[in-house]
Structure formats: C-alpha cells, structure tokens
Write a protein of this length. Structure first.
Length: 195
C-alpha cells in the first residue's frame, strides 16, 4: 500500500512518456532497490537492548499502518513535484513523509486518546494478602462475615479461619483485623488468618 503511492504514479508517467515495457521495468527495479534499502536500514538499528526494543516497537501494527499510509499519501502528493528526477528521490521523500505522518500526527493523536483509558477493575482475587475487618464474631467452626475494600468499594464475604488458627483456638471478634490467605470468588468466600 505504501509503495503503491510511489510506484503507481511512475507507471502512469511511463505510459504517457515512454513505452510500456520501459515503465514496468524501471518501476520494478527501483521499487526492489528501495525496499531492500529499507530493510537494511531497519536491521542496523537493532544493536543493543534499548535499540532492539525500540526497533520492535516500530513493528507494531499501528506504527506500520500509519507509516505506510503516510508514505503512500506523500508519494501521491509529491509525485508531480519530483516526477522528473526519478523514482529514488520520490521514494526517499515518500519515506520521510511516512515517518513524519506517524511521528507528528498519528503518534500524538494515539497518545492523547490512550490517556482516557481506564485502569482494569480489581477483583476479589486481587485482595490476597490484604487486610480485612471482621464484621461479625466468628462462630465455633471458624466462620464469620468480613469486609474488605476492593477497587474502592467495600465488599462483604464469608471468611473461613485457616486450619492453623482454628486448631490453635484463635477467636475472631467483630472489629478484629484479619489477613486474607486465599479466595474462592465463585462462592464469595475467603480463607483468613488473624492479622
């Protein structure tokens, strides 16, 4: 798609001023040279860890799509201005146009829109190792109601005293702090120990 804006115009120019065979041959050879040069340049940036991660970020579908869209558009727009100089200057200017389109238009727009992305919602499973408060006294079998803050909201669920605390005779009264050891979200139940 990106090469099409550069090469398509050349084929049209070839039909108008040259024979069909000359336009097709010139087009294929120039596009192949420009394409190979682009890959060689990208490989040169992959040295080192930071350069490698930067090069990998350039391969994201969003970056590639916006670069190719900008390159194709720039090729179509500047073709009449540099048509007489050949394919190589047109290709180079189209690549610069693609980079500029991604860097100064799509990139900042994308970063602006991502600012409105919300944080993922926390679930009861994220409360493991957090403190909770006993709402009721725990019964003789080690069960009672507890309250814990999850994602800014107070959630109440059944708390079951851990086997170690239960065997040790630990008693939990309303208002005591407990620490969550395990969560069974499907039954809305937590295993707790004294904090």
């Amino acid at each position: 798609m990106g090469l099409r804006g550069v090469t398509r115009g050349h084929a049209g120019h070839g039909h108008a001023g040259h024979s069909h065979g000359h336009a097709t041959g010139g087009q294929g050879s120039h596009a192949a040279h420009g394409h190979a040069g682009g890959h060689g340049h990208a490989a040169g940036h992959s040295h080192g860890d930071s350069m490698g991660s930067r090069a990998m970020s350039l391969l994201s579908p969003r970056v590639m799509f916006s670069f190719l869209l900008g390159m194709g558009t720039a090729g179509i727009v500047i073709r009449p201005l540099v048509g007489g100089f050949g394919d190589l200057p047109l290709f180079a200017l189209a690549v610069i146009g693609g980079v500029a389109f991604e860097r100064f238009f799509v990139g900042p727009l994308w970063n602006f829109l991502v600012r409105f992305e919300s944080n993922p919602a926390a679930t009861l499973e994220s409360a493991i190792d957090d403190e909770a408060k006993a709402v009721t006294n725990f019964d003789d079998s080690g069960h009672g109601l507890i309250s814990i803050e999850v994602d800014g909201q107070m959630v109440q669920c059944l708390g079951a005293l851990s086997a170690i605390d239960r065997d040790a005779g630990v008693r939990i009264r309303a208002g005591d702090l407990v620490r969550i050891e395990d969560v069974d979200a499907s039954r809305n139940r937590c295993t707790v120990r004294r904090a």
